[in-house]
Design a protein. Structure first.
Length: 457
């Protein structure tokens, strides 16, 4: 009786899961394994919102496996130690897992291959599980990755996606293998009140409903802050509860401008993965340094606190930050505006903002969070590194009726239309009735400081 282990990481699903499919084909029995890694806690990445969503995903994965005669085995400890011990315990011949792109994931894979190989166990790493196109599958001449999105998108669009794997009908797990109880969101403190539920079942339901009702209009409405026409699938993609290959295939089958725009956003996700796979240090260091002399946490403590709490005096920025705290999620355009205000207007180190986002975002990850922050800060892959997004003009364009601001900044609900984005221009008697702070900084002053710091006076 041969046994294989499937190490689940950021791929918490059964449908379209190549490592599981390969393990089932190679062995009589399979151990679906998830390891609660203390390294995640030590690095501060087990934020409450993500811990709760992860618990949902693991519970859903276990329930799906049990319907097929199997179960999820959960162990706690250093990943390499736990995988090696389990492989020895059940005499596994192979361990299957999805490829990762972070420096930590690459190091984990190297150590697993070495440790397992020393004990005669083969490590099988599968590409194209957490992305639609594997990182490094397409490269430009003379480089190991694309540094600009548009040429990457052209090449990415020409790639033939692998076929999706059907959900297995049966998963046989060795009876003697035991694990610890599944984690639960019960008892977790500090959760955002509007945090969504996780799991493959919820994710597939959400995508099917959204594709039916909103996908066709996505191109026209995805920037509408108040319309909330985006898919909100990012948490499910982050934890691998949904397959990006399947989403691209289903969107292309649907067809139309809305589907094309949605596929382009999925490509942005793959783009960032291939950048970080080639440059793991970009998770903490500038991809392209501008030799910025950022204001530190000590120098800008009051400004940073106002930004975190949603009281900068710029309504669309404050609405975005309050949405983040309440939902553990934020509209993509709102993320750009909030991040740009911190990095370009307040001239605060982008890493400070990225850390705050990671503390709250249910979809927060090293790949997209860090590289999007660098894009906004002008130290990443953006070909226009000095661009500044004006929160007033952007607010008036993306929230013309003020509905997004009204939802998250109730102090301004009586201010109608576009006027809500410049409350400091209201008549004095109206301003006096508002329980809302004045602007933290004049935008012109912030722009002048930014230009001076970058030597562009």
């Amino acid at each position: 009786m041969t046994v294989a282990v499937v190490l689940f990481t950021s791929d918490l699903r059964l449908h379209d899961h190549p490592p599981l499919r390969a393990a089932l084909a190679a062995a009589d029995e399979v151990v679906p394994l998830f390891v609660r890694d203390p390294g995640v806690h030590a690095a501060g990445f087990d934020a409450p919102n993500r811990s709760a969503f992860l618990a949902d995903c693991l519970a859903d994965l276990d329930a799906s496996l049990r319907r097929r005669g199997g179960r999820l085995v959960v162990r706690a400890g250093p990943v390499v130690r736990e995988v090696r011990a389990l492989a020895a315990e059940c005499r596994a011949v192979e361990v299957h897992m999805a490829a990762g792109v972070t420096g930590y994931a690459q190091h984990r894979e190297e150590r697993l291959r070495e440790e397992l190989g020393d004990h005669g166990v083969a490590l099988r790493v599968h590409d194209g599980v957490i992305t639609a196109v594997a990182a490094g599958a397409v490269t430009p001449a003379g480089s190991d990755h694309y540094a600009v999105f548009t040429p990457y998108f052209r090449r990415w669009s020409q790639e033939r996606l692998r076929d999706t794997c059907p959900t297995p009908r049966t998963v046989r797990v060795p009876e003697a293998v035991r694990g610890e109880p599944l984690p639960s969101r019960d008892g977790l403190s500090g959760l955002s009140p509007g945090l969504p539920s996780g799991g493959e079942t919820r994710g597939r339901e959400r995508f099917s409903r959204w594709a039916r009702e909103e996908l066709s209009g996505y191109e026209d409405h995805h920037d509408d802050l108040a319309g909330d026409a985006t898919s909100r699938l990012s948490p499910y993609l982050h934890f691998g509860a949904l397959s990006p290959v399947e989403l691209v295939r289903r969107a292309r089958a649907h067809g139309g401008p809305g589907a094309d725009a949605f596929v382009r956003q999925l490509c942005w996700r793959d783009f960032h993965h291939q950048v970080l796979a080639a440059r793991p240090a970009a998770s903490a260091l500038d991809y392209r340094t501008r030799h910025d002399r950022w204001r530190t946490e000590e120098e800008a403590s009051e400004d940073i606190a106002a930004w975190r709490e949603g009281r900068t005096g710029y309504p669309v920025v404050d609405a975005a930050m309050r949405q983040l705290r309440h939902e553990g999620w934020m509209h993509n355009r709102a993320r750009l505006l909030a991040a740009g205000f911190l990095a370009k207007t307040l001239y605060v180190d982008w890493r400070i903002g990225a850390r705050h986002f990671l503390d709250l975002l249910v979809d927060g990850d090293i790949v997209n969070n860090q590289l999007n922050w660098q894009w906004v800060a002008g130290t990443g892959t953006d070909t226009r590194p000095h661009r500044v997004l004006n929160p007033v003009t952007q607010g008036r364009r993306l929230d013309p009726r003020g509905a997004y601001v009204h939802r998250w900044v109730p102090e301004l609900r009586e201010v109608a239309g576009k006027r809500v984005h410049e409350p400091w221009l209201l008549p004095e008697d109206e301003r006096a009735r508002l329980d809302y702070p004045g602007p933290l900084i004049d935008l012109a002053d912030g722009l002048a400081r930014f230009k001076h710091a970058r030597g562009r006076d």
